[in-house]
Each structure stands twice: as structure tokens, then as C-alpha cells.
Design a protein around this ligand. Sequence first.
Ligand code: ADP
Ligand code: MG
Length: 242
Amino acid sequence: MQPTNSILKINNIEVKYHEVILVIKGVSIEVPEGGIVALLGANGAGKSTILKAISGLLKHEDGQVTDGSIEFMGQRIDRMPPEKIAKMGIVQVIEGRRVFEHLTVEQNLKVGAHMRKFGRSIKEGLEMVYHYFPRLYQKRNETAGLISGGEQQMTVVGRALMTSPKLILLDEPSMGLAPLLIHEIFNIVTRLNAGDLQHHHASQHGGEDLDAARGAERQARLERGALRLRAGNRAHRDERHG
Ligand SMILES: Nc1ncnc2c1ncn2[C@@H]1O[C@H](COP(=O)(O)OP(=O)(O)O)[C@@H](O)[C@H]1O
Ligand SMILES: [Mg+2]
């Protein structure tokens, strides 16, 4: 094994719901510092389960990591409560882009800032989000429930960014969006990762959608809860999908 600087290490985990339903077994994934990993797989393969195992949200669904371990920046997190994991700098954008519909776009973003007490100021956070999502700046005073689906997705990603995360987990960020918008969202993810925000590491995940994988250096493909294919670099990936 080569020594790598991984911000996240998932070591051979097994996940069960309700103590008996085995959903994930023997899955190991590493997210390198500053890297993007795309988790692919059909519906029901276990992608969301893995993201919830990382963020700790699994516990709310009576799920548990029953074997293996998850380490974030060298610390074991698979037994930690979700609030503590969030404080360490992991944010999950759950599936279905839920904005607070009655708040404005900017109020939605500010909610993100209040979820974490340290990091940049609200003003700096808003500037950063508007820098990456100029469209949100235009829409900042509009009611979030009334903007388009793509703009809502940008709002929830922006809200996650307001927490100054070290690791972002995006669940189906492209679902239901037009191809052009999907492209825009993933471009932003890639730019965030490469750009001025040195401490952003994104792990994204997008069903069978190959667009999800475009910006990712690594991919992991799940089939019925187990890892089937793993590629460490673009060359492998192109081979597979070419
Ligand atoms: N709360 C739950 N209780 C029991 N089984 C669940 C629960 N959530 C998901 N599952 C099952 O776990 C498997 C993986 O689901 P999921 O992680 O949502 O897959 P994906 O995100 O790849 O579509 C599916 O078979 C699903 O039915
Ligand atoms: Mg899912």
C-alpha cells in the first residue's frame, strides 16, 4: 500500500438497518486530501447508506456500522453522534434539495452559517457562495420555494458551504436537473475543490449519472452493497466508459 494523505478512510465496513438487514459489506473507500470521489451505482446499491454512515445520519434510520471503521482526519467517527461529526467539518447535502421554502435564498444560506460556530464570518461566507454561484446573488431576495430546481440545488450546496466544511457529501446532486445545469453544478464542485478554498474536499455521488464522475479523480462503483470496481485515476475510468 502506498502512503496517501486521505482525509477520509472507510475501512471494510458493514452496515445494517434494524440490526438485521445487511446493506453494505466489505466496502473500503478513501478520499484523498483535496480530492473528489464519485460513488456510482444503481438504485438501492447503497450509495446513500454509505454517505449516511459517514455523516452519522444512519442512526436516525436505525442503521449502524456493524463492522470495519470510518476515519476522518485520523479520528474514528463511526461511533460518533452526527452533531459531533458535523462539528468536525463534515456536511451532507441530503437527497432531494430541501430548501426552507418560505425563506429567501439569502436567509437559507445564513441558516448554514449558524450550523457551525466557527469558520468564516457570515459576510465572508455569503461572498464566497455568491462568487461560485452568481445566480444566487441575483436571486438572493427571492423566496426559495419559488426559484427553479437548479437554483434550489445551488442554494442547498451553498448552504452547506456556509458551514466551512472540510468534507462535503453530495447525495444525487444532479437528480432531476437539466444537463446544462448538471454540468454547471459539477463544474462548480470541481472549481471549489481546486480553487481558492483550499480546505474543501468534496465527495460526490450521483446514481448512474456519468456526469457525476466527470470531475472526479476517483470512482467507486457499488453493486448490491459491495464494491465492484475501483479506479484510482482517469485512465482507468476512460477505459471503462469509453
Ligand atoms: N431505513 C432503512 N431501513 C431498511 N432498509 C433500508 C433503509 N434505507 C435504505 N435501505 C435499503 O438499503 C439498500 C440501499 O439503499 P440506499 O443506500 O438508499 O441506496 P442508493 O442510495 O444507492 O439508491 C436498499 O436495499 C434499501 O432498500
Ligand atoms: Mg440514494
